[in-house]
Design a protein around this ligand. Structure first.
Ligand code: FAD
Length: 386
């Protein structure tokens, strides 16, 4: 990996130019603007290039090999990612568990996991949800019994995104079944996905993609040193991780890609001179501008070392609902072709509109549903009675 310069000291234009030049020269053409979850097999070469350049973790501090970007530079970096249509690699090691290990991990865990996650040697997935514990995550039943210097895990996780691409899973388990409150007695444990007893079964979604999986744990032995944070205090760690997840989901990237598709279609079909269309299109474009500002505010908060608070739920709602509104307009703009699966030719423009619509639908479910985010905002931000 190259030595990382102080990008924050660079002028904005010079930084933008450097990022743009690199992306244009190095990112594979065939992976631009894909409107589905990218898989590790197709992204790993790109990851290696980013890693060698020192750009795999724009949000991490420099001491751990990140770019240490401030909010302004981070937004420029994101804008260039969007401009060039760069897909999101399976990056939970960088966006989710990396920051958690920096905050709650032991020195040995940081030294072991952070460099390997950065290098793409370790690819992570999130084992939180269970068939009967989604919104009500604290009801989770997957258990980890302590047996000498190891945990023995039994249970089942579901909707685990890209688990079949992952080398590692961070998994929420119940370590004390007698605890008075269900939030107590939960711990966060790390495991290799190839550990005997772990079975991963992909689930096909409505668009026909196998984006998430069932993960079964059958007497899975994991060393006790894989515990993150304190025993039975996993809820604190889990909540902090969910805040980082909401920040990462709240990036303007996905709505921006849909907006570009919409612009392309509107240009091809002549809708850019239609006042009714322009009214809706410009409102959505401004919604994405607002999203960018809000995202920048939270990025800056993280950079200052301040914890993310419950108000980050605003970002998750705004990002995902804007994305859905955009893909709804995309389908309308596509007319008859917009409701047929596969890449269609619409007035000379090629697009898979229905796929992008399907891709956006679970946005208001994953990472905590919009209803739950609104409950959080009403309770903690607006302080309304529960
Ligand atoms: C594409 C995708 C990827 C995902 N990836 C992962 C992953 O990698 N790892 C992981 O652990 N999980 C993952 N999930 C699971 C996700 O976190 C859960 O689906 C989500 O938390 C909702 O839980 P649930 O599906 O059990 O729905 P439920 O909790 O059963 O909710 C059903 C409905 O009831 C509503 N509801 C529930 N409780 C309340 C309440 N108190 N007030 C108001 N309304 C309420 C919900 O909003 C929802 O509309 C993923 C989900 C999707 C769709």
């Amino acid at each position: 990996m190259n030595a990382i310069p102080d990008y924050n000291a660079m002028g904005d234009d010079a930084f933008r130019h450097e990022v743009r030049t690199f992306f244009e020269a190095e990112y594979p053409q065939e992976l631009r603007y894909i409107l589905r979850r990218a898989r590790w097999a197709e992204m790993k070469d790109w990851w290696r290039k980013l890693y060698e350049k020192g750009w795999a973790a724009p949000n991490w501090p420099c001491e751990w090999g990140g770019m240490g970007l401030d909010a302004v530079k981070m937004l420029i970096f994101m804008a260039e990612i969007e401009r060039h249509g760069i897909a999101r690699a399976p990056d939970q090691g960088i966006t989710h568990i990396g920051p958690i290990l920096m905050k709650f991990g032991t020195d040995a865990q940081k030294q072991h996991y952070l460099p390997r996650s950065l290098a793409g040697e370790y690819v992570w997935c999130q084992g939180y949800s269970e068939p009967n514990a989604g919104s009500d995550l604290a009801s989770l039943q997957t258990s980890a019994a302590i047996d000498g210097d190891r945990f023995v895990i039994n249970g089942q996780k579901i909707w685990t995104s890209l688990a079949d691409d992952a080398t590692h899973i961070y998994v929420l388990v119940r370590t004390d079944k007698q605890a008075k409150r269900k939030q107590e007695g939960i711990s966060l444990v790390l495991a290799e996905t190839k550990t005997p007893g772990i079975t991963i079964r992909p689930i096909r979604n409505i668009a026909g993609h196998e984006e998430f999986c069932h993960v079964f744990f059958d007497n899975v032995h994991v060393p006790r040193e894989n515990l993150v944070g304190k025993l039975n205090d996993g809820w604190t760690v889990a909540k902090a991780l969910l805040s980082f997840e909401r920040l990462s989901i709240g990036s303007p990237r996905r709505p921006s890609y849909a907006l570009r598709r919409l612009e392309m279609l509107a240009r091809a079909t002549g809708l850019l001179s239609d006042a009714a269309f322009m009214d809706r299109y410009l409102a959505l474009k401004l919604d994405i501008e607002d999203l960018g500002s809000l995202y920048g505010r939270f990025v800056e908060q993280v950079k200052r070392g301040e914890p993310l608070w419950q108000d980050v739920s605003m970002l998750k709602i705004w990002s995902m609902e804007t994305w859905q509104r955009l893909t709804e307009l995309l389908v309308e703009t596509g007319g008859e072709e917009g409701v047929i699966t596969g890449v269609r030719n619409i007035a000379g423009a090629e697009a898979d509109i229905l796929d992008s619509f399907y891709y956006a639908r679970p946005g208001t479910i994953l990472g905590g549903t919009s209803e739950i985010q609104r409950n959080i905002l009403s309770r903690y931000v607006l302080e309304l009675p529960t």
